[in-house]
Design a protein. Structure first.
Length: 346
């Protein structure tokens, strides 16, 4: 039995075995085998439904300085913005009319949005749209802050672990950030009853197949409700400006692997995947992804939330992306739906 068959049979491998599987990401027979199994599982739990979340990028101020990210603190060329509460609510209003029932509030780690302001925004969105889920994606906070947001009505939290290897984590982040704290945040969030999302960039500078093996083992152990992976894409104003972008085939291969390893997981076909390949998101659905997260941010600010170069959908209105994604999903036999799309694990 080959390594792919073994993985499919067991739903996981030992850490030392993963590199052997991952190195086959260009092998057509293996690709097809994993893809077929991933889609079988995806159809079993989700049918041909693709869940959608409206992304509100409400601030690009950030106190952190992650080496890969375009809105890192030391990028003095970044034009900074913060949406007002009214603007955030307006994004939700547009989104709600378009059928979105999950709002993802994403931003840099911006101290201006302290607990009090976040709680007020969360409570107001929940009051206006009681049928909607709120997802936060605002980085590392204290457990106390996470508790307050949860009590205010936040349902889910996205915090990519970025890499499960200590040395690689050091390579990607400045001294003040640590993998242990990142993991602690994820466990705290889980304990507080959030549906949580972890994840990493495929092809991040310095990443090895052994690192990816560690990521997979960590994900299996954490057992998150959602896993966000997308290719690394260099940003011209960062330390990694001259690095190569991640590989689309490897990203798709990993989507299949993660779908097989965590059958009920929510798995987005990311904007980064769509940026590197014009049909990247469609290919993502066809390899196991079942979520998309189009942008609801005001078009005037879209280009300013630039984590990486050439990001797609920075000129389109939310309604255009909604229509575009419906057509794209339909073109490969899937359908965008408007439910909250809670994790089947809860
Ligand atoms: N390329 C791809 N993804 C990136 N992210 C940050 N910078 C980049 C980049 N240059 C991802 C990180 C982060 C998420 C919000 O965006 O994984 O967690
Ligand atoms: Fe935004 Fe296609 S999804 S234009």
């Amino acid at each position: 039995m080959g390594i792919a068959e073994k993985f499919i049979k067991q739903g996981q491998l030992d850490q030392e075995e993963y590199p052997e599987l991952l190195k086959l990401y260009k092998d057509q027979k293996t690709i097809d085998l994993l893809k077929q199994e991933a889609v079988r599982i995806q159809k079993k739990y989700f049918g041909n439904k693709i869940y959608t979340r409206g992304l509100v990028e409400f601030t690009n101020y950030c106190r952190n300085d992650c080496y890969y990210c375009g809105i890192r603190r030391s990028n003095t060329n970044a034009v900074r913005y913060r949406l007002t509460k009214e603007e955030i609510l307006q994004c939700c209003e547009n989104g709600h009319e378009l059928g979105f029932r999950t709002f993802v509030l994403q931003g840099g780690e911006d101290p201006w949005f302290n607990d009090e302001r976040m709680v007020d925004i969360i409570q107001t969105i929940k009051k206006n749209y009681p049928d909607c889920a709120i997802t936060l994606s605002i980085g590392e906070k204290s457990k106390e802050s996470y508790r307050k947001f949860r009590e205010a009505g936040a349902d889910r939290y996205l915090l990519r672990h970025e890499t499960a290897n200590e040395d690689h984590y050091r390579y990607l982040h400045p001294e003040n950030l640590s993998l242990s704290n990142r993991k602690q945040c994820l466990y705290d969030l889980k304990e507080l009853g959030y549906q949580i999302g972890a994840g990493f960039m495929v092809g991040a500078p310095g990443q090895t197949m052994e690192n990816l093996a560690e990521d997979l083992v960590f994900l299996k152990e954490l057992n998150p409700h959602m896993v966000g992976i997308g290719p690394f894409i260099p940003h011209h104003d960062t330390k990694f400006a001259k690095e190569e972008a991640g590989n689309v085939e490897l990203t798709l291969f990993l989507l299949s692997v993660i779908r097989i390893m965590l059958p009920k997981v929510l798995l987005p076909a990311t904007t980064a995947l769509g940026t590197l390949d014009p049909r990247g998101r469609e290919k993502g659905f066809q390899t196991g992804a079942n979520v998309v997260m189009p942008n609801l941010s005001p078009v005037k600010n879209r280009k300013q939330y630039e984590l990486y170069d050439n990001k797609i959908c920075t000129g389109e209105e939310a309604a255009e992306c909604r229509g575009c994604l419906s057509r794209r999903a339909r073109s490969v036999g899937y359908e965008i739906v408007t439910d909250r799309g809670d994790s089947p694990m809860i």
